[in-house]
Design a protein around this ligand. Structure first.
Ligand SMILES: Cc1cc2nc3c(=O)[nH]c(=O)nc-3n(C[C@H](O)[C@H](O)[C@H](O)COP(=O)(O)O)c2cc1C
Length: 220
């Protein structure tokens, strides 16, 4: 697959079918992941692949608890928007869409054929996430959907215990990615136009170009 197509169509794919990941794909995903840029090439990343149904179900229960906790605290504003916002407001519509998708994942996490946990050093996400994104792009090229999640960090100790990590480990969980064949269609994620996020030369100075529509669109 063309790299631009992979970049433009790799988005948070939360609705996945239970079909297994083909055996021959797995080494290719992780070989792509570890090629990622990482601080000093110290390669401070570790992964655990989980396919055991009981383990996945347990993780799903913890994930659900994490989301419920955040919905009642950090995401309370978004929840208010979902329940009481103007349904004709595009911003509210977008929040409702993400909320629905996030809730679906919390209820169905265990349906994914595999959960990939990523570990690094405390604060080392600048190393693990470029590698994780390599994995997501490689997965896309094999038709596999992924969604980077960090919600489980709300109950990190519980998850690390479940994964069998020693309590005195220098490693810590950075996130978890459900992976599988998507049930929906691939598409280009919605974003603000690039020129709204880029300045020229100094802070606040507008660039002299604009991109009102994505510069690449799929023909599917
Ligand atoms: C660091 C990070 C943490 C994230 N954590 C979660 C999460 O815990 N749960 C979830 O459903 N999505 C999570 N996401 C996915 C984002 O919600 C998603 O990238 C965003 O909504 C854009 O989605 P799109 O690319 O499909 O448009 C996370 C993404 C990133 C980069």
């Amino acid at each position: 697959m063309d790299v631009i197509e992979a970049i433009y169509t790799t988005r948070a794919m939360r609705r996945l079918s239970p079909d297994p990941i083909p055996d021959e794909v797995l080494p290719k995903l992780f070989d792509a992941a570890i090629r990622g840029p990482n601080s000093g090439n110290a390669q401070l990343f570790r992964f655990i692949t989980v396919t055991d149904p009981e383990m996945k179900q347990t993780v799903q229960g913890i994930y659900r608890e994490c989301l419920d906790e955040l919905n009642a605290t950090r995401y309370a504003g978004a929840q208010e928007k979902v329940t009481s916002g103007d349904p004709d407001d595009p911003d509210v519509q977008q929040t409702i869409k993400i909320d629905k998708s996030a809730q679906w994942l919390a209820d169905n996490l265990h349906v994914a054929p595999m959960l990939i946990f990523v570990f690094g050093k405390e604060g080392g996400e600048t190393t693990t996430f470029p590698c994780l994104w390599n994995l997501c792009l490689a997965a896309r090229s094999f038709g596999l959907g992924t969604a980077i999640t960090t919600l489980l960090k709300v109950q990190r100790q519980r998850v690390e215990d479940l994964m069998g990590m020693p309590r005195d480990s220098v490693w810590t969980m950075h996130g978890m990615v459900p992976i599988g064949f998507p049930t929906g269609r691939w598409g280009v994620p919605r974003r603000q136009p690039a020129e709204e996020a880029v300045f020229s030369e100094t802070w606040g100075q507008a660039v002299d170009w604009s991109v009102p529509e994505p510069l690449w669109t799929p023909d599917y």
